[in-house]
Design a protein around this ligand. Structure first.
Ligand SMILES: Nc1ncnc2c1ncn2[C@@H]1O[C@H](COP(=O)(O)OP(=O)(O)OP(=O)(O)O)[C@@H](O)[C@H]1O
Ligand SMILES: [Mg+2]
Length: 225
């Protein structure tokens, strides 16, 4: 039986005005994603994949249409409300890791907990636990430039998990990795899915296609199947 809907887009459009012309990055997207689904999004460069992820991840708002995340209407929220929803319900993993270079692995993972107002001792404990879960117990005090790409991505996943979000969004998470490190990331995301997370991955990696329940294909800002 299908689980309840956790993400719902109704006739969503995202336009970017640029130099007097309008780029229609997303053009009338309707989509329902159920709790504990694992979905891959594919499509050519410029088809709107990252734009869609940024809307679902509350990093941006639709130009038109409705966007419901975990029963909350995100399309009407102001920047603070969007940030709160993002911190609580969503973990984001990017192709380029996006770790802060001057912070250790532990401090990078702790960061969202500082924003969430968690006290220092609990922060350290949670960050250590999440880094252990991705196999990095012995790298807590390394800086990003002292870690391999695969290790940096695992730190980024640990950081995405600290607030215990229901939804994990990953935009080409293996794009900058060799195949062995990429395999590890696929396994970690698959394991998180088994533990009940809703996961959306933008990737052309066939390994993600294999473990996905659905593949959504975008072209010119529209879903084509
Ligand atoms: N901030 C912006 N301002 C203007 N145009 C934008 C902006 N962001 C994205 N676009 C345009 O919207 C379209 C969709 O971009 P998007 O980044 O979502 O593509 P993508 O499918 O993720 O591509 P890729 O596979 O190369 O990452 C592109 O034509 C892009 O140029
Ligand atoms: Mg992209």
């Amino acid at each position: 039986m299908k689980k309840p809907v956790i993400i719902k887009l109704s006739r969503v459009k995202k336009y970017f005005p640029l130099d007097g012309v309008t780029v229609k990055a997303l053009n009338d997207i309707s989509l329902e994603i159920h709790q504990q689904e694992l979905i891959s999004i594919i499509g050519p460069s410029g088809s709107g994949k990252s734009t869609l992820m940024n809307l679902i991840g509350c990093l941006d708002k639709p130009t038109k249409g409705r966007l419901i995340i975990n029963n909350k209407a995100a399309e009407n929220m102001n920047t603070d409300e969007l940030a709160r929803l993002r911190n609580k319900d969503i973990g984001f993993v990017f192709q380029s890791f996006n770790l802060l270079p001057r912070l250790t692995a532990l401090d990078n993972v702790e960061l969202p907990l500082i924003y969430a107002g968690v006290d220092r001792k609990r922060r350290k404990n949670i960050a250590r636990e999440k880094l252990t879960a991705v196999g990095l117990t012995d790298r807590l005090h390394h800086f990003p430039n002292q870690l391999s790409g695969g290790q940096q991505q695992r730190v980024a996943i640990a950081r995405a998990l600290v607030n215990n979000p229901k939804i994990i969004l990953a935009d080409e998470p293996t794009g900058n990795l060799d195949s062995k490190s990429g395999d590890e990331i696929v396994k970690i995301l698959q394991d998180l899915h088994r533990k009940g997370k809703t996961i959306i991955v933008v990737s052309h990696d066939p390994d993600f296609a294999k473990i996905s329940q659905r593949i959504i294909k975008l072209k010119d800002g529209k879903i084509i199947n």
